[in-house]
Design a protein around this ligand. Sequence first.
Ligand code: UFG
Length: 331
Amino acid sequence: MDNNKKKLSLLVCGGAGYIGSHMSRMLSDHGHEVTVFDNLSTGYSKALKWGDFIQGDLRNPDDLEKALSSKKFDAVFHFSGLIVVSDSVKHPFQYYDNNVTGTLNLLQAMRNNGVDKFVFSSSAAVYGDPIMDLITENHPLAPLNPYGRTKLYTEEILEDYATAYDFNSVSFRYFNAAGAHPDALIGEAHRPETHLIPNILLSSIDQGRKLKIYGDDYPTPDGTCVRDYIHIQDLCEAHLAAIEFLETSQGAHSFNLGNGNGFSVLDVIKAAGDVIGRKIPYEFEPKRDGDSPRLVADSSKAHKLLNWKPRYGDLREIIETAYRWHKNPAF
Ligand code: UFG
């Protein structure tokens, strides 16, 4: 990939979180000037090693105005989303307030300060219960929970902004982000941890921590849910390509980001066992609300228009980077 040579000034909202910290690091490694905006509610100050830091909250327009007027930014990356599906069902106000109202505040501060390029973290959750084996961007959009609706509404807002204000954006519909930077200085750390790969690894490290599999009678070959795991560095590379794309493309664009390979929960546990070198015990629990049986991406639009291809095609390799981090996490 021919990454842009021009040094850009970029605002990374949510840069103290899992994806945002990997992104800040990659942007900085490519010579760009990074400023992180984060309220540190779920992110970590120890992840703030790349660029300047402005502490602030999306729900406070004054914080955003201060941040956006502090420098002349070329583009904004937005990773400051609440992401736990079950919480979104219990606390829809918080999800709409942070993920939709907060994003509107951010877009307003961008417009006030003449910034018209935006890269947004959307989700495969916009598709709901899929009717295709490999999901393309044309699949019907029918989210099953408030979390997914916050992502869909934001994408729709971005389309309206493109029409009305010449505001240009890329929304990335992530499938399952996984793994850590290969040097393990940063990695995935959620409080509480709800994601499968970290939970598998944490249960193998702390043997008092039981690994639970949610559901054994999904309509999949082994009865457990199938997902498409994509390495964090590959996700970030697509964002890097998006900046270049936005230099020449107008409008609001959405892209899937996945590997195109589906692995069941049992497949992932087996692969993690191979990486660690021992079998990982688990027990079955009832299904979680809002889990789709199968979510696997067709990412050919990103291959074609962004010239993006994931480098980590092997699930074991993805888990290996995560394991390196989880054995000795810095935060
Ligand atoms: N799972 C378990 N045990 C666990 C954790 C997960 O069995 O301890 C199962 C889930 O039920 C699901 C699969 O493993 O079938 C993957 O679960 P994750 O929580 O790792 O990922 P999800 O597919 O639920 O979530 C992903 C993103 C979320 C996003 C969601 C939207 O990681 O941030 O897609 O659909 F909200």
